[in-house]
Design a protein around this ligand. Structure first.
Ligand code: RRO
Length: 311
């Protein structure tokens, strides 16, 4: 049987399958649907300093090829996370990655410092890419100088692996990747959702309460593959691929373009047990292809002779 373990800059995973932030609650919501210990790890919904109620409805809507969300960072806040959610996560026998968001550099520093006092967290994913809140997230996340500044400041507060999650809503995701690495990121994850919109022609109103939202789902995959490819050409830290992954074949595409692991997002809403199924299917796919260790295929895309990559 193929060995599925991967090592990402101090974050060792039993397999490359993680769940994507915002699609997997705080893990416990999925315990009836799968054996969570079979996953490479779980990434929580973004945690902020204070609890947040999120945006007005509608907050999600289906669109061709995927869905839009405008959740607005609804979460329990860092203190309730530590008291009510972390005790469960400590018991699941897989890696726990806490996604963190904020409105200022100080917010990110406060949340990381607080969580760093707690056992049972294997890494942080710094969300610099929320498309649905005006104050923070995307405002920082689009600007390489801000990405550098936040990463550098957060870095001072933890020795745990730091993942910076990048937005695709920019001209050059490579510039963001480089800024995050220069600021001290150990690992990058890409991509967050693409800004999108849907309109009700009867009411002539936007369907989402906040007008626009983040697009995710199967149609995001080809865009995400190109963005991950762009990032891995630019930096040498491990990259976690995210976007429209619904099968083991999708996972393999991301590994071939250079991702060291992946996150499963929107697929969890269609089949809440799919992440564990993808782990099983990846095992079968590797065995069928005679792959001894999944890490053999990371970045092994065979480029057509003479082809030149330009973004
Ligand atoms: O909560 C959200 O609306 C949200 C976040 Br924080 C994010 O990073 N990406 C997204 O699509 N939605």
């Amino acid at each position: 049987m193929a060995n599925l373990s991967v090592a990402l800059a101090g974050l060792n995973l039993k397999n490359p399958i993680l769940t994507a932030s915002g699609t997997f609650g705080y893990g416990q919501e999925y315990e009836d649907f799968m054996d969570l210990s079979r996953l490479g790890g779980v990434v929580t919904k973004s945690i902020t300093k204070e609890p947040r109620a999120g945006n007005p409805p509608f907050r999600v809507t289906e669109v061709p090829g995927g869905m839009l969300n405008s959740i607005g960072l609804a979460n329990v806040g860092m203190e309730a996370f530590v008291k009510e959610k972390l005790p469960f996560l400590r018991k699941i026998r897989t890696r726990v990655i806490v996604n963190i968001a904020g409105n200022s550099v100080n917010d990110y520093e406060t949340v990381v410092s607080r969580l760093d006092r707690e056992e049972g967290i294997d890494a942080y994913e710094i969300n610099l890419s929320c498309p649905n809140v005006k104050e923070g997230g995307l405002t920082f996340g689009k600007n390489p100088a801000e990405v550098f500044r936040i990463t550098q400041n957060v870095r001072l507060h933890t020795k745990r692996p730091l993942i910076v999650k990048l937005t695709p809503n920019v001209t050059s995701i490579g510039d963001l990747a480089q800024a995050a690495v220069e600021g001290g990121a150990d690992i990058l994850s890409a991509i967050n959702t693409l800004v999108g919109m849907a309109v009700d022609v009867k009411t002539r109103k936007p369907i989402l309460g906040k007008i626009t939202g983040g697009f995710s789902g199967p149609a995001l995959k080809s865009i995400a593959l190109a963005k991950v490819f762009e990032v891995v050409q630019r930096v040498s830290v491990p990259v976690i691929g995210i976007g429209g992954i619904f099968s083991a074949e999708d996972v393999m595409e991301f590994l071939l373009v250079g991702a060291s692991a992946v996150q499963i997002g929107t697929a969890n809403f269609i089949n809440p047990g799919i992440s564990e199924k993808i782990v099983r299917d990846l095992q079968t796919l590797c065995d069928e292809q005679g792959i001894k260790h999944v890490k053999e295929i990371i970045g092994k895309l065979e480029i057509h002779e003479g082809a030149v990559f330009s973004q």
